[in-house]
Design a protein around this ligand. Sequence first.
Ligand SMILES: Cc1cc2nc3c(=O)[nH]c(=O)nc-3n(C[C@H](O)[C@H](O)[C@H](O)COP(=O)(O)OP(=O)(O)OC[C@H]3O[C@@H](n4cnc5c(N)ncnc54)[C@H](O)[C@@H]3O)c2cc1C
Length: 383
Amino acid sequence: MNFQLTPEQEQFRQSVRRFAEKSLAAGARARAHSAEYPWDVSKLMAKQGLLGITVAEADGGQGGTLMDAVIAIEAVAEFCPRSADVVQAGNFGAIRVLAEYGSASQKKKYLSRLLSGEGVISVGMTEPDAGSAVTDLKTTATAAEGGYRVQGSKVFTTHSAYADLILAYVRFGPGVGGIGSVLVEKKDVKRGKASTFMSGEEWAEIHFDNVFVPEDRVVLKEGGFKKQMAGFNVERIGNTARSLALGRYAYEKARQWAMQRRQFGRLLCEFQGLQWKFAEMKMKLDAGQLLLYRAAANADRGLPSPEETAIAKAFCNQAGFDVASEALQVMGGMGYSQEELVEYCMRRCRGWMIAGGSIEILKNRIAEAIFERSFSQRDRASS
Ligand SMILES: Cc1cc2nc3c(=O)[nH]c(=O)nc-3n(C[C@H](O)[C@H](O)[C@H](O)COP(=O)(O)OP(=O)(O)OC[C@H]3O[C@@H](n4cnc5c(N)ncnc54)[C@H](O)[C@@H]3O)c2cc1C
């Protein structure tokens, strides 16, 4: 066993760090406080080869590994936390499902624009009555001549304000086996009233009002739910990596602060009460790092195991938030102020404890692995 990155991975990390320091660091604060998608960053990243890292070269990607994509998130977030979302969108999200399961014609039509950094794709799973219980989704795809009519609504969809395309989870028939997914273009989507998450990101309820989706925009037909979740575990690794990376960003700011800020005539780092906070933060970051790297490095053909992903995500979501919150505390009023990005990191990390499989739902998944059986969460009386 070796806990070091390979020389190639280390070289890649250094090259992404140099890029991020030179091109992203200066605008980090403005980006974090803007609800806009950072298109400038996404185009720069496309040129730099940071979109489609794990997508096959034949499909226009870089043919790299999930570990490479994780390294890219970490190196970017070190200088610009908000830009790590662009690495996520271009590598870990619905784009990965499209690259894995999409047809040749779907990839030809949509993937090149996404990889150029000029477009982004959202995943629409969650509905008003289907959150954690995602298999309760009600959006239907009903057969029509040449394709399907899609009817339903999605909530909390990241990037939905500007996404070109939505990978919508739909129901072709009853039960889990009836779930699949289709690509819905922006022009076919109606948006409800815009709202804002605590992180500053915008979301709006989106409606598919009897939208016609031609047959060639079906990504996974009925029976595709398991594959979709396999692809979604990659998204979870991206959320895991960002949680930890933003926790680390906040920790590093607080560490620097504690080495120069004086109170009672002493540096903050000389107070044992604060040293112990730093020791706790460091232990959480290091433990999370090992769990994240285990899940990413063991990923078979780029698709990580559900159990290792659940353990890494649940731990790192909590660790990232706890560390960012403690870092804020150590920095006092300055930590709480928007002068620094520590409060942003804390707000952003909070969301990942809910998004992409909440910590509680992940713990349910871990329990199933522990006891080697499934536990239905459903009310027996009504099921
Ligand atoms: C920042 C952010 C971004 C998001 N982006 C997207 C996106 O791009 N696409 C998309 O489709 N969705 C997205 N979501 C939605 C997200 O997937 C859901 O919010 C999440 O699945 C939880 O669903 P819910 O909000 O309806 O909460 P509920 O399912 O109502 O759960 C409420 C609480 O109860 C807990 N709970 C529920 N069931 C159980 C159980 N069986 N055991 C123990 N605890 C339980 C949950 O963990 C949670 O704490 C996003 C959410 C956030 C916050």
